[in-house]
Design a protein around this ligand. Sequence first.
Ligand SMILES: Nc1ncnc2c1ncn2[C@@H]1O[C@H](COP(=O)(O)OP(=O)(O)OP(=O)(O)O)[C@@H](O)[C@H]1O
Ligand SMILES: [Mg+2]
Length: 265
Amino acid sequence: MAESVTPFPSKTFGVTIEKLYKSFDGVPVLKDINLEVKPGEIFVIMGPSGSGKSVLLKHVAGLEQPTSGRVLIGSYDVADPGTRQRIHLALVFQAGALFNSMTVYDNLALYPREHRLGTEPHIRDRVMHALQILSLEKAVNQFPAELSGGMKKRVAIARALVTDPQLLLYDEPTSELDPVMSATITEIIAALRDQTAVTTVVVTHDRGIAFAIADRMAFIMDGRIRAIGQVADFKNPADGVIANFLNPVIDLKNPRFKHLEDNHE
Ligand SMILES: Nc1ncnc2c1ncn2[C@@H]1O[C@H](COP(=O)(O)OP(=O)(O)OP(=O)(O)O)[C@@H](O)[C@H]1O
Ligand SMILES: [Mg+2]
């Protein structure tokens, strides 16, 4: 391991979401979201497609502004301009959001270069350290189009690590991956938290990842929190809607698609 790599930050922050509402063009997407993520925990948010998970995560990252309510990181309001200077947070986007015209190296070096986080040799150490953690050293000079889906996900995580995050947000980190690569990414998320105590929020459809790594979980549906609790509370949920989401029964004799309209009132 290179010695000049900046040590991971010792201070870690929790997240408090208070009475968060968000509408787009008058259409409500988040409705009265209240939750607390404790410093250093892995908090998993599950819920159906379109329920507002990515929008919620973008509020935590300061990429969307609430219609009302607020999001605090530690005691700092995300909406305050100074907060992003005080706290290193990173969002691993659902689709990776790598720059296709740049090599893996330049994708990772972009943030530290723009924020002048060190000399070029120092930045190189940080980038190579992050690539090493994700077993990506050989991809350093490749372009995103040359990478598999799993490699792109790992590059996106490596790019987040280069910022030495105190808060790490993952949007669907295992979607479109084979089961072994999903397990690998899940192990990486857990290992990073264990090594660095980074507060971690994971949005996922994947109950395997949720049950494996969550300290606590929330289930969001139609823009509202439907349930929040420990993993054990979600393994045999009393709420039939959550139970069906987590353990859907495939019924070929009475297929669901014939009832989609009934369920969408
Ligand atoms: N910038 C935007 N402008 C208008 N509507 C938006 C915007 N971003 C999200 N929405 C809407 O907000 C709702 C929630 O979207 P979101 O992306 O958070 O869903 P999701 O839970 O992440 O779904 P998935 O599991 O498919 O990723 C959707 O109806 C979406 O169309
Ligand atoms: Mg999403």
